[in-house]
Design a protein around this ligand. Sequence first.
Ligand SMILES: C[S@@+](CC[C@H](N)C(=O)[O-])C[C@H]1O[C@@H](n2cnc3c(N)ncnc32)[C@H](O)[C@@H]1O
Length: 343
Amino acid sequence: MSPEGYYVSLGIPGEHAVAAKMLVSMFNWQETRVTLSMLITAIVALCTAVVVAMAVHAASRWLRVRRKSYGKLRIQLYERLYGLQWGDLTTNNYGFAPAEGEGQERFQLQMYKELYKLLCARSRPHSHTRLLEVSCGRGGGLSHLLKAWPGSSSAVGLDYSANAVRFCRQAYGHIANLAFVQGSGLELPFADESFDVVLNVEASHNYGDDLAFFREVNRVLRPGGMFLYSDYRRPELVAPLKQTLREAALDGEFYDITKHVAEACRLDSDRRRQLIRACVPWYYRIVFGKELANYAAIKGSRKFEAFCSFQRHYYMTFAIKADHSRDNRPAVAVVAAPQDAKA
Ligand SMILES: C[S@@+](CC[C@H](N)C(=O)[O-])C[C@H]1O[C@@H](n2cnc3c(N)ncnc32)[C@H](O)[C@@H]1O
């Protein structure tokens, strides 16, 4: 039967049969169009979701790789640096001025003395303290601090650089309560709650993951243990850093010491220039002269200018790991306010 015959058989007059057929087929076409457009919308939404998920995954992977490779590159540079002959040099930080004493490393040691003062202003250093310095370099700061600590305290210095740790073991091997291990600040090779005080000077900016580092500090500190910390960052990164410290359950106070560090760099520039001339091979100096001056923050270098113009903030921190067993008592006795304004 023809389509028109079918409509006529349904009682639709012949002259309307063709129009009726067109109407029905139009109606079907509309339905098909609606179904098709829904299908296309769903496919487009699915593809968009897949593309967005892939982009997010790729971005986070890229960030992770970038962080890791940044840290790895830094570690390789330090290994080379500590592989050079630095004589009896024992410290490697920008220093703090004014400094007590006369020694050639007085500004660098002063950085450690200031951290100790900060601790004394907040708490009373106990004998039998178990100290850990993460990134101890050539160990001068830690050994100096241990001498100042009362009673029979002990200390462990950790650094990623095998050359630095080798030097430390040779230089301080005769001190019974001072040991050195090689390891990463992001995976400390120590049991939970095994230290009373953790120290970290001018190193964490190399690690590439502040939160992972602070969590490790929290893990190895006993409840109520203290974290003495100094480093530098771009100004806009200091507030997020404070937040990250809180996230790792370390309750800290930040003090801006940028002007003291810039002054130490200015006063110590000649010595740093001479050290580079005496200890770094000439071919490195020719190729990397500017980078070396910058690394040492010698007068006129970008790093020195950045400190002077506060494009880098150098801060010092005293933080404490919450002790929930002492919730009704203050964790530390506040003895005096530190000399500088809070950052
Ligand atoms: C600027 S030096 C400071 C050394 C020492 N705190 C001082 O003031 O003399 C930074 C140190 O961080 C160490 N370091 C870098 N990345 C590290 C990591 N992921 N874990 C442990 N140490 C690291 C380097 O080997 C270097 O000794």
